[in-house]
Ligand binder design. Structure first.
Ligand code: 5GP
Ligand code: ZN
Length: 140
């Protein structure tokens, strides 16, 4: 038996990891929907693109303005981002704030569903920016 045919050792598609000339880490999971939006394989309405982040419109908006802010690098959820790329956290929040201003929002709600029990359905960390209608509290 070949070594990689060992039963019980199922190895699926692995994240592609490399470093650009600029020294920036590029990590993409070929199975990840939002990585595929970053790479342009899946179309999205892109509102802002920076060296580390992409902002696009949510396909099922729950407010008149509903943006998603994601790092280019694949991180499963906010806890994974904080653990592995803490320097990106502030950068993403700042990008979200700038995107909200650019969309004409004077107030907005920023939401992160961190983990399935919190309602996360796409496992590439994203900030939701919601605006354009009054918000209620508590959220559901
Ligand atoms: P979560 O539930 O993980 O916090 O948020 C995932 C968000 O991604 C949802 O609001 C959902 O509408 C959005 N979404 C899911 N698939 C797509 C897609 O293919 N394109 C875009 N633009 N948004 C998506
Ligand atoms: Zn991803």
């Amino acid at each position: 038996m070949e070594r990689d045919e060992e039963p019980g050792l199922e190895v699926g598609p692995q994240p592609v990891q490399s470093v650009t000339d600029a020294g920036m880490e590029v990590t993409a999971d070929p199975e990840c929907l939002f990585c595929r939006i970053v790479s342009g394989q899946v179309p999205a309405t892109i509102e802002r693109s920076t060296p580390v982040a992409v902002v696009f419109r949510d396909v099922r908006p729950v407010a008149p303005t509903h943006l998603l802010v994601i790092p280019r690098v694949h991180r499963r959820d906010l806890s994974d981002l904080v653990a592995r790329s803490p320097g990106l956290v502030g950068e993403l929040v700042a990008t979200a704030d700038m995107a909200a201003s650019a969309a004409g929002l004077t107030g907005y709600r920023m939401v992160v569903n961190n983990g399935a029990s919190a309602g996360q359905t796409v496992f590439h960390v994203h900030l939701h920016v919601l605006g354009g209608r009054p918000m209620t509290w508590p959220p559901g």
